[in-house]
Design a binder for this molecule. Sequence first.
Ligand SMILES: [Zn+2]
Length: 591
Amino acid sequence: MEQFIVSARKYRPQNFSTVVGQQHITTTLKNAIRNQQLAHAFLFCGPRGVGKTTCARILAKTINCEHPTPDGEACNTCQSCVSFNEGSSLNIHELDAASNNSVDDIRSLVEQVRFAPQAGKYKVYIVDEVHMLSTSAFNAFLKTLEEPPPYAIFILATTEKHKILPTILSRCQIFDFKRITTQDTVDHLAEICQKEEIKAELPALQVIAQKSEGCMRDSLSILDKIVSFTNGELTYKNTLEHLNILDADYYFKLMDCMLNQDLSGALLLYEDINRKGFEGDLVLNGFAEFIRNLLLSKDEKVASLVEVVESFRKRYLEISASCSTGYLVSALNILAEAEINFKSARNKRLHVELALIKLCYLQQALSVVADTDKKKQTDLRPLNFRVIQPVRVADTAPANPVQEKPQIPVQAPPVQPVPKTASGPKLIIEDQLITEKKTTAGKLGSLQKLRQQVSSTTQSSKERSVIFITSELLQAAWQEFIEQLKMNRNPAAQSFEMAELRVVNDEQFTVVTPNNLQQKFIDGERIALTEYLQQRFHNRRLSYQVVVEQREDLSIKIEAPLNSRERFQQLAEQFPLIKDLKDRLKLELDY
Ligand SMILES: [Zn+2]
């Protein structure tokens, strides 16, 4: 039986021109070899599986080749090349710094460097994962790296360039490897499939390429795995199955349900997905990715960023055209939140379903918000929503909602809907009171009194007229809210203090913050703040928006980087406990 060699090894490129997706590096290296301007130390950085070690090996082979081709490639036929290809060359030394990271390992490497090569021109030392070397090992290496013998070449490879000491960086010629694009990966996989006589559908290869996220080695091992499972016939369907990816078709269907407010459809679909064995978080994540793609598809300029199976691209464009950006962004928000809280949810299934329910009624919620903004245009609403029954129960509005809607603008021009909606519950309470009086006359006297009190307060609170916003009132309310935050030791208090308030009209105002961070803090309290202000001004329609406006005096202050003392002070102001900790433990700042 023929020995099986994994594709990643079998199809490891043998010369520069076959390296996938790193032309900027291979061209430079070839030119350097041709012009004999080779540096003695290289640093190859980049994500894993994009060809760093491969390029290092090709470089080693090429500079030792006895008959290099005119354009700077190895001949792959001379003795040196053959020994390189067989892995028996003595001129290449590979050290895996992940497992050999001590000073002694480096010392023994440096020892070897002293001996000139017996055959060939260069000895090449490849140090993989060089960021794993200990600091002392790095230091032991420095001298050799700076002044190596003329026949020695060092190639350091790392996935984490930021962990390399500057002293090493400055001694190396640095090459940054790029992530391999999906298209390049697909092309390469297709080529291999052709050579291996594997039948593969293009969408299947696209899915593999996307799943491997720019790592060629991953994509090849996925290919190997699926090929061995499927006897060399890759279809879109069996690829999805093996990669545990949910077919994008499901997301399209889900989206359809969301747009049509078809809750039962969405839940049934989720049931179907669930039965197939897909975890809830996977669905949330996949759906978020799907909506992100829709969002990107809205703009032609960024539509190219959407990495989807080609045959779906048109559908993405179609659906994205039919929903608003606001809807998509809010949906993404809901999904992100659901995904974060997924782990702590007890009933995972319910948790996901809840997110789906929210998404189903999101469009309606958004249009209600839009409605209150332009209340007079209610009739022009483009979407005809289903009426949700439970909401109407408390409402005394006539059974036919269509009749009522046009009445709002006619009846009350500066609209104060509060007493209107309140009339229902009030009546009921009174009714109850009357019946109660009849039946339990004296027995429950105190309870009755209590009820009366409650009902009178609820009445009065509901009938209290709306207070219109003025700058002074708003400032006062704002300050009180800040005090509340401070009492709760909420770090957002500082952001609130820095914000500037601008009254827009009787029930709207704008919060101006100097930067995004402050905005985030203030937005984080949105629910509490809205609740607080609406109660205080007796106005359910009160709303505000938070905008970022860079004030010149502030922006300068913010842009200047803080030194460690200032940073500590800032922290201490925000979290007084830190200062306490420092004082109690008698800690000193390390400047
Ligand atoms: Zn050769």
